[in-house]
Ligand binder design. Structure first.
Ligand SMILES: [Zn+2]
Ligand SMILES: [Zn+2]
Length: 126
């Protein structure tokens, strides 16, 4: 495949994830990126996502019982949480943390990490 075409495809995927401002699934990335390049195949999106991961630009967000979502590494590096809309199945960033969670662990335990996902309905679905 010509280098120029590959670069354009990579840019479309990168632009999709940057403009969304929330974690995206491969399908969502594919939907957005095909607005730029109509012929972009799902398999190509998978490949490009893997490449962006290897290059450290994006990271995967593990989602219980569903396929991974992806977000920018620069976003992931700042402590934040997610909101899952149970109706449209989209994930959103939450910029805030309740903190004080070490109060919840049993005595003698040491809390090292936490991961919070709130769920409900997004503004479009509520
Ligand atoms: Zn929703
Ligand atoms: Zn937190």
């Amino acid at each position: 495949m010509p280098v120029q075409r590959q670069t354009k495809q990579l840019q479309a995927v990168r632009k999709a994830i940057e403009s969304a401002g929330r974690p995206l699934s491969i399908d969502e990335l594919h939907d957005l990126a095909t607005r730029d390049i109509e012929s972009l195949g799902l398999r190509t999106v998978y490949r490009l996502v893997r490449r962006l991961q290897e290059e450290g630009e994006i990271v995967s967000v593990a989602v219980p019982g569903d396929s991974d979502r992806y977000e920018l590494a620069s976003v992931a590096s700042k402590h934040h949480h997610h909101f899952h809309c149970t109706s449209c199945d989209r994930y959103f960033d939450i910029h805030g943390c309740p903190g004080g969670l070490s109060k919840l662990v049993p005595e003698g335990f040491k809390l090292e990490h936490h991961d919070l996902t709130l769920s409900g309905l997004c503004d479009a679905c509520a």
